[in-house]
Design a protein around this ligand. Structure first.
Ligand SMILES: Nc1ccn([C@@H]2O[C@H](COP(=O)(O)OP(=O)(O)OP(=O)(O)O)[C@@H](O)[C@H]2O)c(=O)n1
Ligand SMILES: C[C@](O)(CO)[C@H](O)COP(=O)(O)O
Length: 228
């Protein structure tokens, strides 16, 4: 039985503004995607990686991963994150039929510690159908209307910031994607099936690189991980 990680990496990175897909943007000389795939493989609990690449960059993505010595399958991604994950999932099930646990991990969360990846896999192997890493909210959060007027202040003790990798038993993720619906994370689709989603502690280093500010933080995170 295999644990397979799907890596949606087909985004354009518009908010980062590098003029290239975000997955190719270097951090200390290595593309974000390569950092993300290496992190998954080095965690020791992921057997196969399937990357959803920008459709025009499939060959370039294969070359990038080969040059970095990272074994991964590469498929063309879709118009949004959900479509990219769906395409990678379909390919994984075709070529790795004994897939038992599926992780879905943003290329943009390239510095997620191995301990988080391992905790997610362990929880799914222990019987959870859907597992997500989360952090508590540091800020107060307001619900607002379209004009920005405050409607409510949710109790932040009940709120969590959600990271990846999110882990699923394969049948659960397949059922969620059969809904042909959309959500901002994969667990959101599982929730629509009424299936319980459980949480494990996330980590600040699993931050998503979205903006130039995040990229500066990522450089510091990698320097810390490399001990320099
Ligand atoms: N069509 C898409 C859009 C996003 N993603 C991936 O989903 C993850 C989270 O998306 P996000 O951080 O929003 O990336 P982008 O879509 O590239 O960002 P932007 O909205 O700034 O263009 C990223 O690893 C991104 O490559 C994807 O695989 N396919
Ligand atoms: C999946 C995710 O990273 C969890 O926080 C997030 O929802 C992705 O959102 P984005 O709009 O694709 O950046």
């Amino acid at each position: 039985m295999s644990t397979v990680a799907l890596v949606p990496a087909a985004g354009r990175g518009e908010r980062l503004g590098f003029g290239m897909p975000k997955a190719f943007v270097p951090v200390r000389g290595t593309a974000l995607l390569a950092h993300a795939v290496r992190g998954l493989l080095d965690a020791g609990c992921v057997r196969h990686v399937v990357v959803a690449a920008p459709p025009a960059e499939v060959a370039a993505t294969r070359l990038l991963l080969e040059a970095a010595g990272l074994p991964a399958l590469v498929v063309a991604g879709g118009a949004d994150r959900t479509a990219s994950v769906g395409l990678a999932l379909r390919h994984a099930l075709q070529v790795i039929p004994d897939t038992r646990v599926v992780l879905v991990h943003d290329a943009a969360r390239a510095f997620t510690p191995a301990s988080v990846i391992q905790a997610v896999v362990t929880a799914v192997e222990a019987g959870a159908r859907a597992v997500i890493p989360v952090l508590p909210m540091a800020d107060t959060v307001k619900q607002v209307d379209a004009a920005g007027a405050v409607l409510a202040t949710p109790d932040r003790a009940c709120l969590r910031v959600v990271q990846t990798p999110q882990g699923f038993d394969a049948a659960t993720l397949v059922a969620a994607y059969a809904l042909a619906d959309s959500a901002t994370d994969d667990a959101g689709l599982v929730e629509k099936l009424g299936i319980a989603v459980t949480t494990v502690p996330g980590h600040p280093y699993a931050m998503k690189v979205t903006t130039p500010f995040d990229l500066a933080i990522a450089e510091a995170v990698l320097a810390a991980q490399e001990g320099q």
